[in-house]
Write a protein that binds this ligand. Structure first.
Ligand code: ZN
Length: 597
């Protein structure tokens, strides 16, 4: 499986609490002993993904995925085993022994791409701070109130206007210029002369969610060229899958259970400096479903803070639609006419931005009422009526009575109508919308947790085996007893495999570590069964009698079941009708016995 010593793996699994690692991807809520959240492996609206701290494993009752902290990273981040180990080592500042550091599974091209971006980030950053030409860039940032600490934190940079410096620097570092062109780091028109894409611009390094630079945004500072340029996409840089500053904002996003989404890099940087560290931006493209889903896993609420112009309003509406589909609450932070967030902060200061823009963010419905005005000519009576009717239909899709009530008043006041009449219409439509099992809400925020019910429908003997294994997980002293009395005579093949590993682990460590067990088992289906069983809620204490019952049951099933299968086989083969009848009678008798249990 790997070249890394088992003790090291063991150590890293112990140091990296699975709840903390998974919380970097999924918003978890504690319920009883376990943590629940929305499964990152399948689409769902109510949480069926659970994590146990005690056993250090996760399991999804919806799609059945399960495993330990290492498997989680392998599945979620498509890491190899070694990469997952390296990631966990990094996370706890543990230095892996050199001999253990085998080739990670990034291809050598991918590594070169990361290296080249890393060098270029440092190079641009250095030029901004120390070159003569870089002073133009420093002035640009200074005028926008960006301080040195922020410049360093984001590794902001400046690209020289003469491409020669950049190409020479990269060649010196051992990169082939053609390769850099292919991966969006340079351009060429004739394959002989190579150009720095961003010459004369200030540079915003764009990093992946692990904090590695994989692209750049460059802003013109003289006003004569295209305002913003972004690196073109390459295999490690897909704009729709990334968010600017997500690497730095991740922790705060989770802590606040809220994220602020901007359109521009400068907005994020200004907000970040103003103390709003849960800020991210899209990469010059409209918000994608992928990005929306990524954020949904972290938060219950998003705040959209786009430019206050028509394009910004439309982008707000489009983004809000995605979150509505996902059932995430949306708020809209509105700015004064034509301003962008960065302008606002510069003009009115960080405190005002926090207090008057972000904290005063409107509900999405308030924004929607505003936004839809453009589709109606409100000076004309018939259009005013059409507008109110449209809003009534929308209001009827809101689940919360209080919320509906609130906007009904708004609408009534604004159009000088009776609250009762609007209320009546809204409620009538609302009832129609919310017939049972209809999931068409404007803001559907289902927070109920799906509990495992399928254990109930398993066949009795399968259930008995699972409970027995669950008790072995919890009380290792039972392992020995089961080993002696049942051995590998479980009736389900996967349970045999699990038991065999359990016996082995118990012999080696005198304890049962489910997370380690997951590592040992190679078959995916069996792995899933392990986590599935580990999630069964069983009593803390168990009597010997109860365990004996399970064992007897399993043994009985093993003998009766085996006899039954033997008889069924014989019945199919026999040509003697008398014998067939005799066999049939015994089959009925045995089946009765099995079903009675
Ligand atoms: Zn799932």
């Amino acid at each position: 499986m790997s070249q890394i010593h088992e003790d090291v793996i063991e150590h890293l699994r112990k140091e990296n609490d699975i709840v903390e690692v998974i919380e970097e991807y999924v918003q978890l809520k504690k319920q009883g002993k376990n943590y629940f959240g929305l499964c990152p492996f399948h689409d769902e609206k109510s949480p069926s993904f659970s994590v146990t701290k005690e056993k250090q494993i996760f399991h999804c009752f919806g799609c059945g995925k399960g495993g330990n902290v290492i498997t989680f990273l392998m599945e979620k981040e498509s890491m190899s085993f070694i990469e997952a180990i390296e990631y966990l080592a990094d996370r706890v500042n543990y230095t892996l022994p050199q001999t253990n550091r085998k080739q990670a599974s990034l291809s050598s091209d991918q590594k070169s791409i990361l290296d080249a971006h890393d060098w270029l980030t440092k190079y641009y950053h250095h030029l901004l701070k120390f070159s003569e030409e870089g002073k133009n860039g420093l002035t640009y940032f200074a005028e926008r109130g960006i301080d040195e600490a922020t410049i360093n934190e984001f590794q902001l940079g400046f690209a020289p206007s003469d491409s020669k410096f950049t190409t020479e620097f990269l060649e010196e570092k051992g990169f082939h210029l053609q390769f850099l062109v292919k991966n969006g780091l340079l351009t060429t028109s004739d394959n002989q002369h190579f150009n720095d894409i961003f010459r004369g611009r200030v540079i915003f390094p764009i990093k992946n969610h692990r904090g590695q630079a994989i692209g750049f945004g460059g802003r013109a500072i003289h006003g004569e060229q295209t305002k913003y340029l972004n690196s073109k996409e390459h295999e490690l840089f897909q704009k729709g899958n990334l968010l600017f500053n997500f690497d730095l904002a991740k922790k705060e996003i989770r802590r606040k259970n809220s994220v602020i989404i901007f359109e521009g890099y400068m907005d994020v940087i200004a907000a970040f400096q103003a103390g709003l560290k849960n800020s991210v931006a899209t990469l010059g493209t409209a918000l994608s479903m992928h990005q929306a889903k990524l954020l949904k896993r972290y938060v219950d609420e998003v705040i959209l803070c786009y430019d206050a112009d028509d394009a910004g309003m439309q982008a707000t509406y489009d983004a809000a639609q995605l979150f509505e589909q996902l059932g995430t609450a949306v708020k809209v932070a509105s700015l004064k006419d034509g301003m962008d967030p960065d302008d606002y902060i510069r003009k009115y200061g960080a405190q005002s931005f926090r207090e008057h823009v972000i904290e005063q963010a409107n509900s999405y419905f308030r924004f929607y009422m505003q936004f839809k005005r453009k589709d109606f000519n409100l000076n004309v009576d018939s259009e005013r009526i059409a507008y109110v009717e449209h809003m009534v239909a929308q209001l009827a899709t809101i689940e919360s009575t209080i919320e509906r009530e609130y906007y009904i008043k708004d609408l009534a006041t604004e159009f000088n109508l009776s609250t009762d009449i609007i209320q009546h219409d809204v409620e009538k439509q609302h009832e129609r919308n919310f017939q049972p099992n209809k999931d068409n809400s404007f803001q559907n925020r289902n927070t109920t947790t799906r509990q495992p019910t399928y254990q109930a429908v398993l066949l009795a003997h399968i259930k008995a085996e699972r409970y027995l294994i669950a008790y072995m997980f919890k009380h290792p002293y039972i392992v020995e007893k089961v080993q002696q009395q049942v051995g590998v005579a479980f009736n389900v093949e996967e349970h045999c495999i699990i038991a065999t590993h359990l016996y082995g682990l118990f012999e080696a460590y005198n304890e049962v570590d489910v997370s380690l067990l997951v590592d040992k088992i190679e078959d995916e289906r069996t792995k899933t069964i392990v986590t599935d069983i580990a999630m069964i809620s069983i009593n803390d204490a168990v009597s010997d009698l109860e365990i004996d019952d399970y064992i007897a049951f399993i043994q009985h099933e093993a003998t009766t079941g085996a006899r039954l299968r033997y008889l069924e086989q014989k019945q199919r083969e026999t040509t003697d009708s008398m014998e067939a009848i005799k066999i049939g009678a015994e089959i009925i008798e045995l089946s009765k016995q099995l079903n009675m249990r």
